[in-house]
Design a protein around this ligand. Structure first.
Ligand code: LLP
Length: 421
């Protein structure tokens, strides 16, 4: 009987060598996807550049890949910025996002010279202006716009609707633009343009196109009424992937191409100079590049027919099913040749009823010691991992050209408690 292979690697050996749960990530797949995105965006013309959303997966190796491939980086915290600095990621290619940056984080961003801050409130714009002034610096700023559109996705992943905690509505943007240049107000920032991100795991670009309608209208109004020229337009990320057969994402070239076409034709029609364009994908680049390996522990067959296959991980290494009802596919690694024989739920090990990794999946009969691979866990798994029930964060193994290597060590119990006094 043969075992399930991931990018040419027999993962049973990895489980023995590094233990489970284990994240296994294909560097080749990440690179292939980065190049695919660049092919339909960055290479379209010199105005287009891709920034990777580091919240989806951030390790030293990931930063090495991004630097080699020449992508920019979107960070949302002092922690993400810290690792980027440690790895000497070019600061001018970093965009600092986040709706509630602390003064300490803003200071870190200013001091290392991040390329731009993406601001989410008036308060923050004024704070960055003051802090840049104190340093005799000038900060390049984009303002996040709330376009007032609703994305067709989980409500926790929709970010562009009116009243969202993210961004400022167009009428407030007009106030900021009109008040610039009056006295010394905001004289330590350069307002380069705008940002929007309507949501994540989007199956097509319809909401983005709707949002673009609003934002391009705003850009034109700002030019007509105040002579303000938008130099950068950041169109966010959110490009959906296929977690299960139910997901049918639009082809990436069409998704992105449709947005660029819309901007270019609008600018042509109204005689606007076309701004530099940015996208910030996270999930699309890393999701399919990762799997998580678990060992089967107790298997419980209940009188009513329910079967729970317990594994040695769950909520701590992948909180997405509990948070968003996210769905995944999985294989029984060492029984991949056997036909499915029962419908089971893969139960995580946390003391939470919601800690079910997959509900109602058809698998061959599982028993203690079998190995399960949950597929498509490259995005928002390692980056969202936590220590609930004091489970250590699993290791990450990277696979390149069929050769695995340890990329992030498994957290030890000692490390987990090292801050305790
Ligand atoms: N840009 C901004 C401003 C964002 O807020 C996000 C995601 C992205 C880019 C990247 O989105 P992506 O291309 O990865 O979909 N933790 C959740 C999703 C929340 C994402 C938040 N922002 C999940 O596990 O699905």
């Amino acid at each position: 009987m043969s075992n399930f292979k991931f990018h040419g690697v027999d993962v049973t050996g990895l489980a023995h060598e590094y233990g489970t749960p284990l994240y296994v990530v294909s560097e080749d797949e990440i690179v292939r996807r980065i190049r695919a995105i660049k092919g339909c965006f960055d290479e379209r013309n010199e105005r287009c550049s891709t920034f990777f959303a580091s919240k989806s997966f951030l390790t030293k190796d990931m930063l090495r890949i991004l630097m080699r491939e020449g992508l920019g980086l979107d960070v949302v915290s002092g922690g993400e910025l810290f690792l980027a600095q440690e790895m000497r990621f070019p600061p001018e290619k970093i965009a600092f996002h986040g709706n509630s940056k602390t003064e300490r984080e803003i200071a870190a961003g200013l001091d290392c010279g991040v390329g731009k801050f993406v601001c989410d409130s008036m308060d923050e714009i004024e704070l960055i202006d003051r802090m840049a002034g104190e340093r005799g610096a000038n900060a390049r700023v984009l303002i996040r716009v709330t376009p007032g559109v609703e994305a067709h996705t989980h409500k926790y992943m929709s970010t562009g609707e009116t009243g969202s905690k993210f961004g400022l509505p167009p009428e407030m943007i007009k106030e900021v633009v009109s008040s610039r240049g009056t006295s010394a107000y905001l004289s330590n920032i350069s307002l380069m343009g705008f940002h929007f991100h309507v949501g994540s795991q989007l199956m097509d670009n319809s909401t983005n196109l709707e949002a673009l309608g609003v934002i391009l209208g705003l850009i034109k109004e700002l030019r007509d009424d105040y002579g303000f020229e938008t130099r950068i337009l950041d169109m966010g990320g959110g490009f959906g992937v296929r977690y299960t057969k139910k997901d049918n994402p639009q082809n990436i070239a069409d998704f992105i191409g449709g947005m660029v076409d819309k901007v270019e034709s609008f600018c042509r029609s109204y005689g606007l100079s076309c701004p530099s364009l940015v996208i910030e994908p996270g999930r699309w680049i890393v999701s399919d590049a990762g799997i998580t390996l678990y060992s089967v522990g107790s298997v419980k067959r209940l009188p009513g027919g329910a079967v729970y296959v317990g594994v040695d991980g769950g909520y701590p290494d992948n909180p997405r099913p509990a948070l968003y009802g996210a769905e995944y596919e999985a294989v029984l690694v060492n029984k991949v040749d056997l036909p499915p024989s029962e419908t089971v739920s893969i139960a995580g090990k946390c003391c939470e009823s919601g800690d079910i990794l997959i509900r109602d999946i058809e698998l061959p009969e599982a028993q203690r010691g079998d190995l399960i691979a949950v597929l498509g866990t490259g995005a928002y798994n390692h980056s969202m991992a936590n220590n609930y029930n004091k489970n250590p964060i699993p290791a990450v193994v990277m696979v390149k050209d069929g050769t695995p290597r340890l990329s992030v060590r498994r957290q030890t119990y000692e490390e987990m408690f090292s801050g305790n006094i």
